[in-house]
Write a protein that binds this ligand. Structure first.
Ligand SMILES: [Zn+2]
Ligand SMILES: [Zn+2]
Length: 140
């Protein structure tokens, strides 16, 4: 299940002492992005190693929903508004760690120029809504 030398596998299994897990469920963990693109920037990372959204199919639609709900509930508990938040995934080759991770960034309106480029819904960044459409269009 875990892949050697994968940073996010280490973090998701609680083996990275430098990373504080904010939330842990059976399926995924939530922790702060080390390079925040706005005031609040968190990642939801599945415990199972998937290289990217491209490794997933229709059967993972529920996992993506639960990661998104987990992030939204977490933001809500911290009093962070999700009306001005951005949720989504990078696609290869624009990925810094080759282990699936969902970004949650808020407020979206305070993102800097380069962050906006990096997280602009596009060929290299899919919002969770686009991710669902993409997965539902794939075979199991
Ligand atoms: Zn991994
Ligand atoms: Zn990313």
């Amino acid at each position: 299940m875990a892949t050697d030398n994968c940073l996010f596998c280490n973090i998701a299994s609680g083996q990275d002492a430098a990373t504080k897990l904010e939330i842990e469920t059976d399926e995924f963990v939530i922790f702060r992005d080390i390079k925040p693109a706005s005031t609040h920037h968190y990642l939801a990372v599945p415990k199972q190693h998937y290289a990217s959204l491209k490794s997933l199919n229709k059967s993972h639609d529920g996992l993506v929903t639960r990661m998104e709900e987990g992030l939204k509930r977490f933001l809500e508990d911290k009093g962070i508004s999700e009306t001005d938040a951005l949720f989504g995934f990078h696609l290869p080759p624009f990925i810094t760690v080759g282990h699936l991770h969902m970004h949650a960034i808020a407020p979206r309106s305070e993102m800097g120029f380069f962050a906006r480029m990096m997280f602009r819904p596009s060929a290299w960044f899919k919002t969770t809504n686009d991710a669902h459409l993409y997965l539902r269009s794939k075979e199991e």
